[in-house]
Design a protein around this ligand. Structure first.
Ligand SMILES: Cc1cc2nc3c(=O)[nH]c(=O)nc-3n(C[C@H](O)[C@H](O)[C@H](O)COP(=O)(O)OP(=O)(O)OC[C@H]3O[C@@H](n4cnc5c(N)ncnc54)[C@H](O)[C@@H]3O)c2cc1C
Length: 370
């Protein structure tokens, strides 16, 4: 089902009206608390009109959009200033993983609920002792009768407080170490063995959490891939993390850059030069993303994360001394400055992206592993 830019633009113009128009520009990293329930409504409205999961194949309820059509969708969505999506993790991470690696029963059970935004997902990978070194995961799961019983702690779990389900990387082979013996489990969040504790951030909001599993349960067949073969599944999920949506994200970056430029003193030549450089870098990022068609996610992540973090610093400089004073709440520039510090950490830190580029792209020797 081919789709054109003008069709997407027209649909958004017709539907992003009334109560939905009030949601323009709301949500996103660092601002997930903004109008969450209303954004959920909007996302269900998108679903009712077939605009969630447009990249999924038609047989799984998507539109099977081509790369160029996906770019058009994400860019038009961002140009319309439509609200940030609430089920990104279900639509863009778990859904494609199940489509590629799930069983027929798992696809039938979960994909329609993701597409309809009836079930929200979170990602249970990181732990206090396992971040960049994800293979150090210690959360364990063992089979008792027909269920996995899970014990351990996850951390930095974005949106766990609103999620119905979590895809959890857990150690299922006792005594195993490293990549071996891990399994990728689908775990319901609303059960007695799961406790979610919000982590309050510098920005004052709490959009990620600690998640404690204390005898939490999930059915035996809710393991994606082979038991003990979860590492490959977890890596497949990460490969989807930085997809085409980066191009939509860049439209938002352009809007932020223009707004920072509007704040800047035209006589401050150093700042003006830095803003000009940021504009050029943004154009280069767009050309790079279009040319490589999302095939080198580590380079894209490294470029955009550093760029956005520097934009937060430029915003502070543009606002001058005023930027250091806080009113009742942070303003949008203070929030941008503080939350963009996280950009170079989540989804793989800058150092880890550089390691990947060095080893997989440049073919340099692998770093020594302890
Ligand atoms: C906003 C945000 C949202 C997140 N959401 C989620 C989520 O939903 N689910 C989830 O599972 N996780 C989530 N995370 C966690 C994120 O994946 C981890 O923070 C990240 O992988 C880094 O792990 P760490 O924090 O344990 O730092 P560490 O791995 O302890 O790293 C600390 C420092 O050491 C550096 N370092 C580590 N190893 C190396 C190396 N081999 N070579 C060079 N330098 C190295 C790192 O780059 C970093 O600077 C989120 C994080 C943030 C900031």
């Amino acid at each position: 089902m081919a789709v054109t830019r003008s069709e997407i633009r027209r649909w958004l113009a017709e539907h992003l009206v009334g109560r939905f128009a009030e949601l323009k520009g709301l949500g996103g990293p660092g601002r997930e608390h903004e109008a969450f329930a209303e954004r959920l409504d909007w996302e269900r409205h998108l679903a009712a009109h077939g605009w969630t999961c447009p990249a999924w194949p038609v047989e799984h309820g998507g539109r099977g959009l081509t790369f160029d059509e996906q770019v058009a969708f994400h860019e038009e969505y961002a140009l319309a200033d439509a609200p940030a999506r609430v089920n990104h993790l279900g639509e863009n991470l778990l859904g494609p993983t199940l489509i590629d690696l799930g069983t027929a029963q798992q696809k039938a059970r979960f994909l329609p609920k993701i597409r309809a935004v009836e079930e929200l997902w979170c990602q249970g990978y990181s732990e206090p002792g396992a971040g960049s070194d994800l293979a150090a995961v210690a959360t364990s799961a063992r089979l008792v009768d027909d269920q996995w019983v899970i014990t351990g702690q996850k951390v930095w779990t974005s949106l766990a407080h609103v999620a119905d389900w979590c895809f959890v990387l857990a150690r299922t082979t006792p005594g195993s170490v490293g990549h071996k013996g891990l399994s990728y489990l689908l775990v319901p969040m609303r059960q007695p063995g799961v406790e979610v504790r919000p982590i309050r951030q510098l920005t004052g909001t709490a959009e990620f959490n600690e998640v404690f599993f204390d005898g939490a349960r999930t059915d035996k067949d809710l393991v994606v891939g082979e038991p003990g073969g979860g590492w490959a599944v977890a890596m497949a999920t990460l490969a989807y993390e930085r997809g085409v949506s980066t191009l939509g994200q860049q439209v938002g970056f352009r809007r932020e850059l223009d707004a920072v430029a509007a704040l800047a003193d035209p006589e401050d030549m150093v700042l003006q030069e830095q803003l000009a450089r940021a504009a050029v870098e943004l154009s280069v990022m767009r050309s790079h993303a279009l040319r490589t068609r999302g095939s080198d996610p580590s380079v894209s992540k490294l470029l955009w994360a550093g760029w956005h973090r520097r934009l937060g610093e430029l915003a502070m400089r543009a606002r001058g001394a005023e930027s250091m004073v806080m009113g009742d709440d942070l303003d949008q520039w203070q929030r941008l400055y503080l939350f963009s510090r996280a950009d170079t950490i989540y989804g793989g830190s800058d150092e880890i992206q550089r390691n990947i580029i060095a080893e997989r792209v440049l073919g340099l020797p692998r770093e020594a592993r302890g």
